[in-house]
Ligand binder design. Structure first.
Ligand code: NAD
Length: 458
């Protein structure tokens, strides 16, 4: 059956439980019975404040001062010390000068003292340095220690609050534009379903401050698999952020694809991305309509689940063909074209299945882990022209795909993360829109999980 051949509106997968326990009788009942009480998450709106409440910047060095200065330039209410009983919107802990694990104590105890004052949906963000084999053992131990802190704290925070970290490559200042674009992402509602994760700033990035409400103005983007679900949300989000977007999906999805294109004032290209000339067709569409292509979002994907013992060639090959082989072929075409210019972006949708593995998904996990490998080895090729390539790995997202999972399995999958709920297609889209920003130019070769810190695979 063609999944797009529906006369009714696409099925909405909603989390009725979270709605029920968030107010009135349901809230009291859940409290009394000790049931999970997932928070209604603070999601991004261009008009909403970056964070709800003052931001405490913890750290003694020049890096902490520089980060505080950037936050002030964003018109944030910044504190270097907490006042008793003051409520906070966020804590930013700057740990860029660590030399030994013993130096974690003072800043982390300052963070600890401020935690009880966090507002709902608050943020804790660390800024630290990448540990590497060229560090002394003490330096590497201190730097890597931050990883354990952030991942643990993310599991302790409640009421929609999250903890995430920014990792600076050696030589990158704490207030480098790339690090600050990541900080802005983590502080904002764009990162509502990102928890216990890290973004690495490998070079300084662009120095021009964008219009933060329309950071993608002037960019031309293509999104594959955009007739519905996560792809449609990505197209809407990139368009909201100012990009000119064209959307791609199979001809059978033509009506839904046209509706998405109309909604975002973009254009539609009916195309099976596994066809040999898919890359050329996308480039041709971009050049003939818009003169160039800046952002490619590889979102189209399929599942054909079977235990490996029961797998057949058609199921294996179709998943590899759509989810990874097509991307490899298209990227070769884009990278060879001058129309895919400087500061170009490739962003792929991977999956937590590609990180942790999943029963019945050896083919899908091969394709999604393959996407990550592709990202890592494509990064140097794009860096030559100032471009970046990254992947977003969603966990449980409320879509038509996950609405088909049997109720009991779905309910377990949905709650097994630190935020005790499924994400929304828009949460994946916000992470992709962040990677597409000009100021994220120094953020490349990252795989960012958008999974509420799914307990599977970290
Ligand atoms: P979906 O099935 O709702 O949408 C996928 C879209 O891709 C469809 O419109 C489909 O027609 C299109 N598509 C499939 N094959 C194509 C082809 N050969 N050429 C062009 N278009 C094609 O899926 P979704 O849930 O929105 O997932 C989007 C992406 O996110 C996929 O890559 C998926 O693997 C990934 N993902 C989803 C979840 C989740 O929880 N929903 C979790 C992790 C990863």
């Amino acid at each position: 059956m063609n999944p797009h051949n529906k006369t009714s509106r696409p099925q909405q997968n909603s989390d009725k439980y979270t709605e029920f326990v968030s107010r009135g009788l349901g809230k009291d009942l859940a409290k009394r019975l000790g049931l999970p009480q997932p928070a209604i998450l603070r999601r991004y709106s261009p008009l909403a404040p970056l964070v709800e409440g003052p931001i405490l910047v913890v750290g003694q060095g020049a890096g902490a001062d520089a980060v505080a200065t950037v936050l002030l330039s964003w018109h944030q209410d910044v504190r270097r010390h907490t006042a008793p009983k003051e409520k906070l919107g966020a804590i930013v802990v700057v740990l860029d000068e660590l030399g030994h694990p013993e130096q974690l104590s003072a800043p982390m105890l300052s963070v600890a003292a401020a935690l009880r004052g966090l507002n709902r949906n608050a943020r804790v963000v660390s800024i630290s340095r990448q540990a590497s084999s060229t560090d002394t053992p003490a330096v590497a131990a201190a730097r890597n220690g931050v990883d354990g802190i952030v991942r643990s704290l993310a599991k302790e925070l409640r009421a929609g609050a999250t903890a995430n970290g920014i990792v600076l490559a050696n030589g990158i200042a704490a207030d480098a534009p790339s690090a600050m674009s990541a900080l802005r992402f983590f502080l904002s509602g764009r990162s509502a379903f990102v928890d216990g994760q890290f973004l690495t700033a490998s070079c300084a990035g662009s120095v021009t401050e964008p219009d933060w409400t329309k950071p993608l103005t002037g960019s031309v983007a293509v999104v594959t698999g955009a007739a519905r679900g996560i792809g449609a949300a990505i197209a809407r989000t990139l368009a909201r952020d100012g990009a000119t977007v064209f959307v791609v999906d199979v001809p059978a999805a033509g009506d839904h694809l046209a509706a998405v294109a109309n909604e975002i004032h973009g254009t539609a290209l009916q195309l099976d991305i596994t066809s040999a000339d898919a890359g050329e067709r996308i480039l041709e569409h971009a050049i003939s309509r818009y003169g160039r292509l800046d952002i490619v979002v590889h979102n189209a994907g399929i599942t054909r689940d079977k235990l490996l013992a029961n797998m057949d060639g058609a199921k294996w090959d179709s998943v590899i063909a759509v989810n990874i082989a097509s991307q490899l072929r298209m990227n070769e075409v884009f990278l060879a074209s001058p129309a895919f210019g400087n500061n170009s972006r490739i962003i792929s949708v991977a999956s937590t299945s590609g990180i942790a593995g999943n029963r019945g998904q050896s083919n899908y996990a091969a394709s999604k882990a393959g996407v990550m490998g592709m990202v890592w080895s494509t990064a140097p090729l794009l860096a030559e022209r100032g471009g970046t390539v990254n992947a977003v790995a969603p966990g449980f997202i409320e879509t038509e795909m996950t609405a088909k999972i049997p109720f009991a399995t779905r309910e377990v999958a949905r709650r097994l993360n630190s935020l005790q709920q499924g994400g929304k297609p828009g949460d994946v889209a916000e992470a992709i829109a962040f990677f597409a920003q000009p100021n994220a130019a120094g953020v490349t070769a990252n795989v960012l999980r958008v999974c509420g810190q799914n307990l599977v695979g970290q």
